[in-house]
Design a protein around this ligand. Structure first.
Ligand SMILES: [Zn+2]
Length: 124
């Protein structure tokens, strides 16, 4: 459920925009929406649009699902790690270090969510 702190994040997702929180004190980005920076505990954080580019850090294939799907930790180009499903890619083709980019799709309940798909070769 969106809370006050994450509302800006979900509003942006509805606009097909991915935001990361960036700390003004230490300059590091963090994905998990929170008011205090996990790196230096400063409360001087603000939302910033992310590029949407990421790399697969680790993943798991949900083989019992039909069809099977891949859930992965992807590391955003801005640095933070986020958990997301990998789409538009056969589970067997997903690999660590793979370049992916964000794509926005409605989930089963019709709520827009960020997913990641392989970066097209010509766009890399
Ligand atoms: Zn900081």
């Amino acid at each position: 459920m969106p809370t006050f702190e994450t509302q800006a994040y979900w509003d942006a997702v509805d606009r097909q925009e991915l935001l990361v929180k960036t700390c003004k004190a230490c300059g590091q980005a963090h994905y998990t929406p929170r008011s205090h920076c996990p790196h230096c505990f400063s409360s001087d954080t603000h939302w910033q649009p992310a590029s949407g580019r990421a790399v697969v850090y680790s993943y798991a294939i949900a083989n019992r699902a039909d069809p099977p799907y891949v859930v992965a930790y992807v590391q955003l180009a801005e640095g933070p790690m986020m958990l997301a499903n990998i789409v538009a890619c056969a589970p067997a083709d997903v690999h660590i270090g793979q370049a992916v980019q964000v794509i926005f799709q409605p989930d089963a309940e019709g709520r827009t969510r960020p997913y990641f798909q392989p970066t097209p070769k010509d766009a890399a």
